[in-house]
Write a new protein. Structure first.
Length: 354
């Protein structure tokens, strides 16, 4: 059964007090809103995301709604930053799940988030929303806009030691699509793993995956995303709301481990946002592509390293009519508990982005 979820009231268009618990998963932030949300109408998480997408301002009404004002408040300086990521905890679609979530970032609302699912699994146990043993594993079921996902929370000595994220099925959309960039023409692979990811070998762009090359990596990833805007293979026929390239994965090969292949990547998503983690849903995309290439067999693991050196491990978890099932394991750690305020006399309002 799902537990009661926190909520709250805010002034229309002007959030007054918002409470969060912050985590990081392999270095990527995840800010969980636990109080201060207005009611979000809808019978499912996907419907609530559609409401959220329509909650921002327009040319005739530039002032955001209370809901989108909260997103702005938490992703903009001085309370957040352009790399901030988080989620609104909402009711699940039915009693078979423990909670639902609307994922957000500085540019809007995403359909999937593996690192966020890992953080939510840890939070659900830490907060007591889901009872867990001192030693062993408990499964947290979470409804996200792309479907129902799972977080197996591993415990030892009363502490959470790791979380394994089981994603929705991943299917390959296209292989070897030619895309022209400022670094030359490259071949792009597309895979749908809750969101659509484009994979490109960094060496084909004359780049390596290092923090020193982040400006170039980010710029060319944005070029690739724009170039694929009208590509039919990025569409999701079953649910058009999941269509379009969400993230561009620029990867490089590392020496294999005894357990299987090893790669380093940087995932650039939304409008130039850099994933500090190896990217949870993006790792599912890489697993499907590696399996299709015969480089990952059942029982083997992908060691997936981020641009900052943090690591997820991923594996195939079975076949599905809609693709392959994947599992990604990582760690999440709580970084803070916050009560954010908006002074009505603050002329900066919900903040600014640089």
């Amino acid at each position: 059964m799902s537990a009661a979820l926190p909520g709250g009231d805010v002034q229309p268009g002007r959030p007054s007090a918002v409470e969060t618990v912050d985590y990081h998963t392999a270095g990527e932030p995840f800010r969980i809103v636990t109080a201060g949300l207005p009611p979000i109408p809808g019978d499912s998480v996907a419907e609530r995301r559609a409401v959220a997408l329509g909650a921002g301002g327009s040319a005739t009404s530039p002032r955001p709604s209370a809901l989108d004002g909260i997103r702005q408040l938490l992703t903009r300086e001085p309370r957040g930053h352009a790399g901030m990521y988080g989620g609104f905890v909402v009711p699940p679609d039915d009693d078979e799940a423990h909670l639902g979530v609307l994922f957000w970032h500085k540019d809007g609302y995403s359909t999937a988030c593996g690192h966020g699912t890992i953080a939510l699994g840890a939070w659900a146990v830490d907060s007591g929303l889901v009872a867990a043993p001192a030693d062993g594993t408990v499964r947290v079921r979470i409804d996200v806009p792309s479907g129902r996902v799972g977080a197996a929370v591993h415990r030892s000595g009363g502490r959470t030691t790791a979380v394994t994220f089981r994603n929705v099925p991943t299917r390959i959309g296209a292989r070897g699509l030619p895309v022209a960039t400022s670094h030359g023409r490259v071949a792009v692979d597309l895979a749908h793993s809750g969101a659509c990811y484009a994979s490109v070998r960094a060496a084909d762009l004359g780049l390596d995956v290092t923090t020193a090359r982040l400006p170039e990596l980010t710029a060319v990833a944005r070029e690739i995303r724009i170039a694929l805007a009208e590509e039919p293979a990025t569409r999701n026929a079953a649910d058009p709301r999941l269509s379009g390239v969400y993230g561009v994965i620029l990867y490089e090969e590392l020496p294999d481990t005894p357990s299987g292949p090893s790669q380093r990547n940087v995932t650039v998503f939304a409008d130039g946002q850099i994933d500090r983690s190896p990217c949870g849903s993006g790792s599912s995309a890489r697993l499907a592509l590696l399996a299709a290439d015969g480089r990952l067999a059942p029982g083997e693991e992908l060691r997936h390293e981020s641009v900052i050196g943090t690591v997820f491990t991923g594996r195939l978890a079975g076949a599905h009519p809609d693709g392959v099932l994947t599992e990604i394991t990582g760690t999440a750690h709580r970084t803070g508990v916050h009560r954010f305020l908006l002074d009505p006399d603050d002329t900066l309002g919900t903040g600014f982005l640089l």
